[in-house]
Design a protein around this ligand. Sequence first.
Ligand SMILES: Nc1ncnc2c1ncn2[C@@H]1O[C@H](COP(=O)(O)OP(=O)(O)O)[C@@H](O)[C@H]1O
Ligand SMILES: [Mg+2]
Length: 179
Amino acid sequence: MVDASQDAAAPFVDFQDVWLAYNEELLRANHFAVEAIDLKVRRGEFIAIVGPSGCGKSTFMKLTTGLKMPSMGKIRIDGQNVTGPLKISGMAFQAPSLLPWRTTVDNVLLPLEIVEPYRSNFKAKRKEYVERARKLLQKVGLAGYEDKFPWQLSGGMQQRASICRALIHEPKMLLLDEP
Ligand SMILES: Nc1ncnc2c1ncn2[C@@H]1O[C@H](COP(=O)(O)OP(=O)(O)O)[C@@H](O)[C@H]1O
Ligand SMILES: [Mg+2]
C-alpha cells in the first residue's frame, strides 16, 4: 500500500476545483464565496495569499483546516481527504478570539485540552505544557503578560498570543489569517 503522507513528491495541500457557497440558499443562487480553486502547496513551502477584502482569503483558510467543507471539488491535506477539522493544523484567526475569562497562558493551552493525544494526558502533563506555553509567549515578546487577561493586552499583543495558541500543539500546517 502506498502511504501518500510518506511521498515527498506528493503535494501537502491539494485543492482540486474547489467551490464553496456558505449555505443552501446561496448555493441555489449560484453565489459562491470562492470559485474553482486549484492549488498545490508542497511540504515545507510557505505561501501568502493577497487580495481585497471579501475575496475569499478567510474562506480559503477555513476550507484548508477542515472547518468548512467544499460545496464542490476535493481537498486533500497530507495525503488524506479532508472530512472535518484537522488536528495537524494550527490556525490564528483574523480576530484574536481569545476567551476573556481565561488568562493568556490558559488561552494558549486551550488546544492541548481539546486535541488528542494531548487531551488524554493533559492533567498529568500540565506542568510541561504550561512551561511550553510560557516559552512560546516569551518568544513573541509577551513575557510578563502570561497571567494577564486578554482585555489587559493590546490588539497586537492579543494577536501574538493567538499565534502562540496556533503553535502550541506543534502543527504540521500553520495558517495565519491577517496576523
Ligand atoms: N459566514 C458567512 N456566510 C455567508 N457568506 C460569507 C460568510 N463568511 C464570508 N462570507 C462571504 O464570502 C466571501 C469571502 O469572504 P472572506 O473569505 O471572509 O473574505 P476575505 O477574508 O478575503 O476578506 C465574501 O463575499 C463574504 O461576504
Ligand atoms: Mg478575512
